[in-house]
Every structure is written in C-alpha cells, then in structure tokens.
Design a protein around this ligand. Sequence first.
Ligand code: PAN
Ligand code: ZN
Length: 189
Amino acid sequence: MMPLQILQPSVRVDLATWCMTGSDITCSEKRLRQLDGVFADAEAYRRADPERLVYSVQAHLPVDDGTPGGLFFGTTTIEPGEVGGEYFMTRGHFHASLDRGEYYWGVQGEGMLILMTARREVWAERMVPGSLHYIRGGTAHRVANIGAGRLIFGASWPSDAGHNYDEISRTGFAARLMNVGAIPTLIPE
Ligand code: PAN
Ligand code: ZN
C-alpha cells in the first residue's frame, strides 16, 4: 500500500512573539497619520509625529475574504504610547456581517479590550498574557495598550465576517479609555 502524504506545517507561529511565517500571510501597519479622527485631542494629534507606528497586524488568510465557513487568524502588536492622555489603540470595528463573533487572547503586555453593543453600551475587559476574550456577534471591539511595553494579542474570526469601519469612524465608541493619574479610566463621551 502507498503511504499517505505527511506535510510539514505551512505556517509557523513564534510562541514568544506570535509572529507568523509561511504561506497566505499579510502584514499591515497603522501609523499616526493613518489614524486621523481616532483620538479625541485633535491638538495633541496634530503635534505628534505622523510617522510614529501605532500598531501592526499580521493575518493568516487561507481562504478569500467573504468565504462562508472559513476562519482567519491574526496577531496585533500595539506600541506603547498616548495621544492627549488617550492610550494607543486600534481603530475598532463592528463586523460587516454583524452577527459574526471573534476570539481575542492576550499574549504579551497589558491591554484593555473595549466593547460596545449596537445600542452603544460600552464596557472593557483587562487583557493580560493568557486572557481569553470571546467577542459576541453584534459587538464592536477595539484594544488599547495600557502598559509601558508592547501589547501583543491574537485573534480568530470567521472569513465571512468583514469589517465595518465606517460606523465607528462616524459615531465613535460611546466611551474613551484615558490615562487619569496612571489609572486607565473609561470615560463616557
Ligand atoms: C483584528 C483587528 C486588528 C486591528 O484582527 O482587525 O486587531 O484592529 P482594527 O481592524 O480595528 O484596525 C480583528 O478584530 N479582526 O476581525
Ligand atoms: Zn474583528
């Protein structure tokens, strides 16, 4: 009988950094100049270096975006920093297919996962190495780095979830996570 094929892994994750190497991997970066309107203090944003890196995302996309039934896998690294007392954070989004959920988990550093329902109810969950966060469908999600070092977290979401950034760029989250005397504080808008 012919032996069946045994393949080497096509993707590897460095378990220290969760950096991925292999096939079907995309990388993107967000610098301050690409985050106009995200931070509340427009004056502090204008004064900051537009080339400063805020976060980078690696994603393993084994199927086309929009494919029903598939999964995507990503890692996000948020640099430490603030704009006008507001922590460096991701833009945040609802999924375009609103009911699609997602897992996030903390890998390195200290963060805060900020969640908001379509009715604009907001809360936050502390993200630490090993914390697991199930983001229910219909919930907008964004992560802020509240620590002095890099924050790294993993994510997995359905390949037909899509990303709706317009809603958040038009109406924002209903609360902002601010550094108030070194204490991360969720302040209603
Ligand atoms: C994540 C995010 C990633 C970057 O992979 O896309 O952390 O955040 P923004 O997309 O809000 O800029 C995810 O939630 N995927 O669905
Ligand atoms: Zn998402």
